[in-house]
Design a protein around this ligand. Structure first.
Ligand SMILES: Cc1cc2nc3c(=O)[nH]c(=O)nc-3n(C[C@H](O)[C@H](O)[C@H](O)COP(=O)(O)OP(=O)(O)OC[C@H]3O[C@@H](n4cnc5c(N)ncnc54)[C@H](O)[C@@H]3O)c2cc1C
Length: 295
């Protein structure tokens, strides 16, 4: 989009020179700067600090890449920062953490926290770590030390109901896709325009949906509440079994959305009881109402 002149700058997130996971939002104006922003930095990133710079730069056409909370805030002020055209490329996002929370996650979960260069929660029910030497480490979701990690998520993420980044024009994530593929959601004409630019370079297939998420979501509710942590050998077996018979494709995406929405609904209800109706959107209330929730 930069090279075709559709935009003059791109908001994206590089990492700090001294910290591979430290988010450093920038307004990129070259292909190299954008490519240097590849890879998820799984911590809260202050992207909106750049909006003053956008306004001062006099840029009229901008592409912003970001997660749901950043995009919601951006949409609220987009008419006030001098832009004529704003394209939004979003990623789904859940369970983000502060930089210190990320360290706690690495320290409690990885066999070698200091050599992790990348990690992602994936749709095969494992966390995939990549280490400096190129080796991979898989830790099943069911083996996570939930007792230690329960408080690691940012309170903003525990009360978020915009997992799928609903205000972006185009969304790219992995939920909803078979393992190793990305899932693309086009929300409007601008999203289609962006996708058309790269469509010829993409290998695509139709979305698939298999399994039934309901029982798995229902079981996840007390398991999270009681911070159940399984022995690793059992967690590995569970991971293999669930990967074989559990929800896949779109049904995995629904599993992930429903289990996070039920957890977050309980968080809001317990911590901000007077705000449930105002804060939890109707679509989320509808999802949550399919499950039996504790008080
Ligand atoms: C905090 C976070 C949580 C995520 N959770 C999920 C999830 O639950 N389910 C899912 O399907 N996908 C999730 N994603 C998206 C996923 O990690 C990939 O970004 C997505 O699948 C696109 O892959 P890619 O290889 O094309 O991205 P990449 O080429 O790696 O590009 C990633 C883009 O994300 C931007 N970025 C990196 N870190 C941040 C940050 N902290 N805040 C804002 N923007 C950032 C970069 O600017 C870059 O342009 C999450 C992303 C982030 C940043």
């Amino acid at each position: 989009m930069l090279e075709k002149g559709l935009v003059e700058g791109v908001i994206c997130v590089q990492n700090k020179p001294e910290d591979r996971f430290g988010p450093m939002p920038i307004i990129a104006t070259t292909r190299e700067e954008i490519l240097a922003a590849r890879v998820n930095k799984p911590t809260l990133s202050p992207n909106l600090n750049l909006l003053d710079q956008v306004e001062q730069s006099g840029m009229k056409r901008l592409l912003a890449i970001g997660v749901g909370c950043q995009i919601q805030a951006l949409r609220a002020v987009q008419d006030k920062i001098g832009l004529e055209k704003l394209y939004v490329l979003g990623t789904p996002c859940t369970d983000n953490v502060t930089r210190s929370g990320l360290q706690k996650f690495l320290d409690t979960t990885s066999r070698s926290p200091e050599t992790v260069v990348y990690y992602e929660f994936m749709q095969d029910f494992n966390v995939h770590f990549k280490h400096e030497d190129g080796s991979q480490e898989l830790v099943p979701f069911f083996g996570l030390n939930t007792k230690e990690l329960k408080d690691v998520f940012a309170p903003s993420c525990l009360s978020c109901f915009d997992y799928v980044n609903s205000l972006a024009d185009l969304v790219v994530g992995y939920m909803g896709a078979p393992f190793g593929w990305q899932w693309i959601v086009v929300r409007n004409e601008m999203g289609q325009e962006m996708l058309d630019l790269v469509q010829g370079q993409l290998e695509t297939q139709a979305v698939d949906s298999r399994g039934d998420r309901k029982a798995a979501v229902q079981q996840s509710i007390p398991a999270y509440d009681k911070a159940v942590t399984l022995p690793m050998w059992f967690a590995k077996i569970m991971g293999v079994v669930i990967d074989k018979i559990g929800p896949k494709g779109l049904e995995y995406a629904r599993f992930s959305i429903d289990s996070h929405f039920t957890r977050n609904y309980l968080h809001v209800k317990r911590n901000h009881p007077g705000m449930v109706d105002q804060h939890v959107p109707p679509y989320a209330q509808k999802i949550v109402s399919q499950y039996k929730l504790p008080d």
